[in-house]
Design a protein around this ligand. Structure first.
Ligand code: J2J
Length: 538
């Protein structure tokens, strides 16, 4: 068993198996099954390739064999930082078959994040994209390899690996692969987080397979479905809700796009006859504006999923008239629970709510600050547990005490209202996080970086409303130095190697912070202050 991983309690494992939720299938087996049922159907399309299920199955075995030859084996952690390409899919399935554990990072992550992922997971390998993605990943990989002792293998997804292995050279004759168990950890994902350091989420084959099987079912996918991934496929939403993996579960076709703009996505929808795709609310606004001015045939689209942050009812109303398809709101989290509006729900439910949990075995509680359940229909924090919601973060015992209840509920940090028939409306959040266009920023993580600047005495980061992104981040700073400028702080964060989306969008200088009754920084008041200021300028 993987060190530091706290497995599911035996009683629950037995229960979820008896209930038929967990089917004891690994992702490796799922792909072979699909290859035998849907062999000649197209599985994956990217900007340069198109492969069938049978071909994909073969490539995955060949790459797993190559990985094995260069020393990767069961339970080795491998940080995977790849764009939406066929390579991404082959790599993760090859690692699944080997029992090695991908750590899903995003292309936008930089030195600070990658270093932490490698160190914290004690990764053995790091897989990076080739040229053409706007950043020198090879240089980053060199630094990581030098600084992080566990990392001894770098693989570049390019024909020429330079000083490292080239992914293309690792496709080899198939060799015997280990026997992987469905209760094993399949991969690590990153939590959106609200604390100083991102938390890691370990998911087993069993629990995750159930999540995507239910998603495929709710979204009515079958082998004729065509899913377009425009969001980074490593993220939980496009990976499993139903995403790339749910579509493969159903035997459908996955189209991978490295960009999400209308000019990249719309032609793909037309050419590949895409039936379903998933976007975040800010993209929905851009797509809605773009439809009338672009002349692509989008008539194949049956479902447009919108989730990751709150979609306004105003925008929600426009989706069906503009796209001629059903809107599906998706409210999910990498920790597990996923809620969907159903395809046959009334317009009112689809426009006003963020959906209903997908499994009858999801336990949902809505509680007040003392953890007492609120009256039905009242606002409170959503707590949840169930067959595909984690029971604790990886290697984070102390934090788990706070993030989960003693009886195993995950504290989502979301303030919601649940209707009598189980539909959830997300109202606000209690967690210290900024949801910037669906990308989550843990305020404390960025605050800690800024506090390391010698001229910063104190800092507090809060969300401020933004017409396009939903929210942006505003850092209130108390400076020791009158000459300190916004540009100095941003430059400082860049040298620290923080991902771009975490950079504060605005800096406000303060002499003191408003405090709460118990003397903590009053972030609610700071949010109000910046909102007032923004309104004054409008
Ligand atoms: C309001 N807030 C939302 C929504 C997520 C499917 C869809 C999304 C995610 C995801 C995911 C929201 N309205 N429709 O993993 O499988 C906010 C909540 C939630 C947090 C989780 C999936 N959909 N949110 O966004 O792990 O605050 O997952 O707790 O990135 O995003 O973020 P994340």
């Amino acid at each position: 068993m993987l060190k530091h991983y706290k497995p599911w309690p035996e009683k629950l494992k037995t229960r979820y198996k008896e209930l038929g939720c967990w089917e004891d299938k690994t992702f490796g087996q799922m792909l072979s099954d699909r290859a035998s049922i849907y062999g000649d159907r197209t599985a994956i399309v990217d900007h340069q390739s198109r492969v069938t299920y049978k071909e994909l199955d073969k490539y995955v075995n060949q790459l797993a064999s190559g990985f094995q030859r260069i020393g990767l084996s069961r339970e080795d952690r491998v940080v995977v930082q790849l764009p939406n390409t066929l390579d991404f899919v082959v790599v993760i399935f090859a690692l699944f078959r080997l029992g090695a554990i991908p750590v899903f990072s995003l292309l936008s992550h930089r030195d600070s994040e990658i270093r932490y992922f490698c160190e914290f997971s004690e990764a053995k390998a790091y897989i990076i994209p080739g040229d053409g993605y706007g950043y020198d990943f090879e240089q980053l990989a060199k630094t990581i390899q030098t600084d992080v002792t566990s990392v001894d293998t770098i693989i570049v997804a390019d024909e020429d690996g330079g000083d490292f292995y080239s992914l293309n050279d690792l496709y080899e004759n198939e060799t015997a692969l280990p026997d992987i168990k469905a209760d094993d950890v399949a991969f690590f994902q990153l939590s959106g987080g609200s604390t100083g350091l991102p938390k890691m989420i370990a998911r087993t084959h069993n629990e995750y397979m159930y999540s995507l099987r239910m998603s495929a079912d709710v979204c009515q996918l079958d082998e004729t479905s065509v899913y377009l991934a425009v969001l980074p496929a490593a993220h939980n939403y496009p990976l499993s809700s139903p995403g790339v993996l749910g579509t493969m579960y159903a035997g459908g076709k996955v189209v991978l796009s490295s960009g999400a703009s209308p000019d990249e996505a719309f032609p793909l929808i037309e050419q590949e006859r895409v039936t379903i795709t998933a976007i975040v609310p800010p993209l929905a606004l851009i797509w809605l504006e773009a439809v009338p001015t672009r002349h692509y045939d989008l008539s194949s689209l049956r479902v447009l999923q919108v989730g990751g942050s709150k979609l306004s009812a105003e925008a929600a109303k426009k989706v069906t008239p503009v796209f001629g398809c059903t809107l599906q709101q998706v409210y999910g989290m990498a920790e597990g629970l996923v809620n969907y509006t159903r395809l046959n729900d009334s317009d009112d439910v689809i426009i006003q709510t963020q959906g209903k949990s997908m499994s009858v075995y999801d336990d949902i509680r809505v509680v007040d600050e003392e953890d007492n359940e609120v009256a039905q229909g009242e606002i409170g924090e959503l707590l949840t547990r169930g067959p595909y919601t984690i029971r604790g973060y990886y290697k984070a015992e102390e934090h788990n005490e706070k993030a989960f209840t003693a009886d195993g509920y995950y504290r989502t940090g979301d303030l919601v209202r649940v209707s009598e028939d189980g539909y959830i409306t997300v109202i606000d959040r209690v967690k210290d996080q900024i949801n910037r266009a669906g990308e989550k920023i843990a305020a404390e993580e960025v605050e800690n970086y800024l506090l390391a600047h010698p001229a910063v005495r104190d800092v507090a980061i809060v969300a401020m409303p933004d017409k396009w992104l939903g929210e942006k981040s505003c850092a209130f700073v108390i400076s020791r130095d009158q000459d300190l400028k916004e540009t100095d702080l941003i430059a400082f964060l860049r040298t620290e190697g923080l991902a771009d989306y975490k950079m504060p969008d605005r800096i406000e200088w303060m002499a003191n912070f408003p405090k709460t009754a118990i003397g903590k920084v009053n972030k609610k008041e700071l949010r109000r202050l910046i909102e007032v200021k923004l309104n004054e300028h409008n």
